[in-house]
Design a protein around this ligand. Structure first.
Ligand SMILES: [Zn+2]
Ligand SMILES: [Zn+2]
Length: 387
């Protein structure tokens, strides 16, 4: 079994969780490791590398779509992870996450301290698209037109969200901090708690005159056409990654990736197993006995093959390198032709006589069913060797 990426990283191993780990378990494992290896806490250079790995693993396993890719044997962070197509893009672990951000993520807005407003611009999500191809296209590759529905950057405001000639304003409710604090007196003393500002949703700014095109979101949903280059030899279920062709983030944030998932339509004649193809060809009993020459239509050619005299039902002919081209490396799979030998079902009187004479010359005893006992007595005779 081939995997799409030679070295898919062991994200589960990095976090030390099982493949069945729940979201909570993943979060707990990440939090524990992040505290241990964060560069603010652990200046050791090795710890920094480890911290990057931990972040990458959490980025992947906390995202259902990316986790699914891992479970399918892929690596959503591998550069050009799809193996083909796509403009190629930055891999790596995404934006560096600060220690405070980690704590914020777990403690909500309640951690207190100087945290500042949350950014309006955030990275976009990945998108996935199903592409139906027929066997000829998966085998030999194709440039397939696709229609993608995603959020794209709003060109009116370039993602800023404010109408032309206007600007964001500092939120008056929170003074731009993005949160409001309240002080409560309790038996433990004063407790200061902070919660996100509801007026600016924690951004610290408001948009007094939102862009009329995107209503301040910095992005608009649109339908666009792309061409995706499908390499020869792809298989059903494989995904091709188009870097940064996914959803543009809020505030015009960097687009996520687009995964094009290949679905191969069943073929009328060939069934596919890996890169090998299988088909069935029926030959009459006489041809199987005497031998014959068949013309087999392969995916991309016609081949003449000899069926040897005395061929048995269920025999297989193997046509080397007439299957699907290998996705990696050179060469092709094979085409297996399974031979069904057909016994004639209707014989006229002459044909029946000839066949009986033929049987006689071979010393094969043939009962005349109409003159024999019922089905069960014939069965009994067959088992007793009297047939
Ligand atoms: Zn806009
Ligand atoms: Zn505010």
């Amino acid at each position: 079994m081939r995997t799409r990426n030679a070295v898919a990283r062991d994200y589960y191993g990095i976090l030390g969780v099982s493949r069945e780990a729940s979201d909570d378990e993943i979060k707990r494992a990440y939090r524990k490791l992040a505290r241990q290896f964060h560069p603010d806490v652990n200046p050791d250079p090795e710890a920094q590398e480890k911290f990057k790995d931990i972040n990458a693993a959490y980025e992947v396993l906390s995202d259902d779509r990316k986790r699914q890719i891992v479970d399918l044997g892929g690596d959503p962070l591998a550069p050009g992870g799809g193996g083909a197509g796509g403009p190629g893009g930055p891999g790596g672990a995404g934006p560096f996450v600060g220690f405070q951000d980690i704590m914020d993520a777990f403690f909500g807005g309640a951690a207190g301290g100087a945290r500042g407003p949350r950014p309006r611009t955030r990275p976009g999500a990945d998108a996935i698209l199903r592409l139906e191809l027929d066997l000829h296209e998966t085998a030999f590759g194709v440039e397939a037109p696709i229609t993608v529905d995603t959020a794209v950057l709003c060109t009116t405001c370039s993602g800023a969200g404010a109408a032309a000639g206007t600007h964001l304003a500092t939120c008056e409710a929170c003074g731009g901090r993005g949160e409001v604090q309240s002080v409560q007196r309790t038996f433990l003393g004063q407790v200061v708690s902070a919660r996100p500002c509801t007026v600016c949703q924690g951004y610290g700014t408001t948009i007094p005159h939102p862009c009329p095109t995107c209503a301040g979101d910095g992005r608009v949903r649109t339908r666009r056409s792309l061409t995706v280059k499908i390499p020869a030899g792809v298989e059903d279920g494989m995904r091709i990654r188009l870097a940064q062709q996914g959803e543009v983030g809020p505030g015009g944030g960097t687009a996520g990736d687009l995964y094009v998932e290949i679905h191969e339509r069943p073929h009328d004649v060939y069934s596919r197993k890996g890169d090998d193809l299988h088909c069935r060809v029926t030959v009459p009993m006489t041809a199987a006995a005497l031998g014959t020459r068949l013309t087999i239509k392969t995916l991309d050619s016609e081949e003449t093959v000899d069926v040897k005299a005395g061929t048995q039902p269920g025999s297989t002919l193997r046509l080397r390198a007439r299957g699907v081209p290998h996705l990696r490396g050179t060469g092709r799979g094979d085409l297996y032709v399974h031979l069904d030998v057909r016994t004639p079902t209707k014989l006229d009187a002459d044909q029946e006589k000839m066949l009986r004479d033929f049987a006689k010359t071979r010393g094969e005893e043939v009962a005349e069913l109409s003159k024999q006992g019922g089905f069960f007595s014939r069965m009994r005779d067959a088992f007793n060797g009297h047939a």
